[in-house]
Write a protein that binds this ligand. Structure first.
Ligand SMILES: *Cc1c(COP(=O)(O)O)cnc(C)c1O
Length: 386
């Protein structure tokens, strides 16, 4: 099996069977494909081409690269990460014959996915159990895992989740691996059934495509139901987006490597800085740090972090939703996800989510420190004045 770097480069340049011998995979905008004199449909690589909703060579080229990166049996791309989540619910939960089946969803994780699982199951009378942190040992149609969980980055032991799920004969273990990418972890190698990505984030990495992906360990009946759902549900990716995604993925390994190194360094340095400025309870949550603290869901430091967000306060950080792009982003997730005054918010009010980009790490740290100092001065100033 090829190494990441080689796979990413060769996968994207795999156009040897194109009649023009283009080194770069062509973009195929056509929505349909002509039959020959014998009324046969054309074949291209591993696909018969009939109509572009289920079959498009540009999309397929990108799927093959991601399938190989995750060491899976097949990959399907979707028009968004959420469309991929829907397809898993349709394929794994609706497809079960067990009427009493239920789904497990982590109590921390990407809010839209958790909301979707709850809504979808409620409409179909399927019970949902939210777990934190241990997966309940009951037979579930679907065990949804997100590790590290966005935006608190709680890490789960995939091997253990799979062991518990197998012991109680769970139907499908699906891991949202958006944050780690196949460069950092390959969930299928832990026995997980399906890996999901919001390809909008690190996989594309350039902030110009909304896309989702599923990679399966086996091409079983569930996978056929998932493909069927994409075909009839119509959550297809277009050829232009597939081209941009293929292009973005060529640098995936370089980007993830640099972003992880910068993030680790900034997390460590900024935590030291925070401790020197406000010793009571300011922490940085990053899976690589030894921070032995759980996040409190109270609003400690709410005023400070809220003042760091407006654009222009932290130099080199853009206040915007999303993560995993080449540019560094900062966001107060509480303001985005939670209703004002919510009693038990699932995201701490004092939490800032940072997505470290490709800028020089020293600049990013300087921007954060300065933004923090400005915010602290504002808050201290305000409390002195009142
Ligand atoms: C963004 C995101 C999603 C949703 O993906 P879209 O491409 O926005 O539809 C799902 N899971 C995680 C962890 C995400 O960050």
């Amino acid at each position: 099996m090829l190494d990441h770097g080689t796979l990413l480069v060769r996968g994207a340049a795999d156009a040897a069977d194109d009649p023009t011998r283009s080194v770069i995979q062509p973009i195929y905008p056509s929505t349909t494909y002509a039959r020959d004199d014998a009324h046969e449909l054309p074949r291209f690589r591993d696909r018969t081409l009939c109509y572009a909703r289920p079959d498009n060579p540009s999309v397929r080229a990108c799927e093959r690269t991601l399938r190989d990166l995750e060491r899976g049996s097949d990959c399907a791309l979707f028009s968004s990460g959420m469309a991929a989540v829907n397809a898993v619910l349709e394929g794994a939960v609706r497809g079960t014959s067990d009427a009493s089946s239920f789904a497990c969803s982590p109590s921390r994780g990407y809010f839209a996915v958790r909301a979707r699982i709850r809504e979808w199951c409620a409409a179909r009378g399927v019970e949902v159990v939210e777990y934190d942190p241990d997966v309940p040992g009951r037979k579930a149609a679907l065990v949804w895992v997100e590790s590290p969980a966005n935006p608190t980055w709680d890490v789960m032991d995939l091997e253990q989740v799979v062991a518990v799920a197998r012991a109680c004969d769970a139907g499908c273990v699906c891991v949202d691996s958006t944050v780690l990418t196949p460069i950092c972890t390959k969930p299928l190698s832990f026995g997980v059934d399906v890996v999901m990505h919001s390809a909008t984030k690190y996989l594309n990495g350039h902030g110009d495509v909304v896309a989702g992906a599923l990679v399966t360990r086996e091409c079983d009946d569930r996978w056929q139901r998932i493909l069927h759902e994409r075909k009839l549900g119509g959550a297809t990716m277009g050829s232009m987006d597939a081209y941009l995604l293929s292009r973005g993925m060529r640098t995936l390994e370089l980007r993830v490597r640099r972003q992880s190194e910068s993030a680790m360094w900034i997390a460590h340095e900024f935590e030291q800085y925070l401790r020197s400025r406000i010793p009571h309870g300011a922490i940085v949550l990053y899976p690589g740090l030894q921070t032995d603290t759980t996040v409190e869901s109270k609003n400690a430091h709410y005023d400070i972090v809220n003042r760091m967000c407006p654009n222009g306060v932290c130099d080199y950080w853009t206040c915007a939703t999303s993560l995993g792009g080449f540019e560094s982003l900062i966001e107060h997730r509480y303001s985005v996800e939670c209703a004002p005054g919510e009693k038990e918010p699932h995201v701490p009010g004092g939490l800032l989510r940072l997505s470290v980009g490709l800028e020089t790490k020293e600049d990013l740290l300087a921007g954060l420190k300065r933004g923090f100092d400005i915010a602290l001065m504002d808050v201290v100033g305000a409390s002195v004045a009142t």
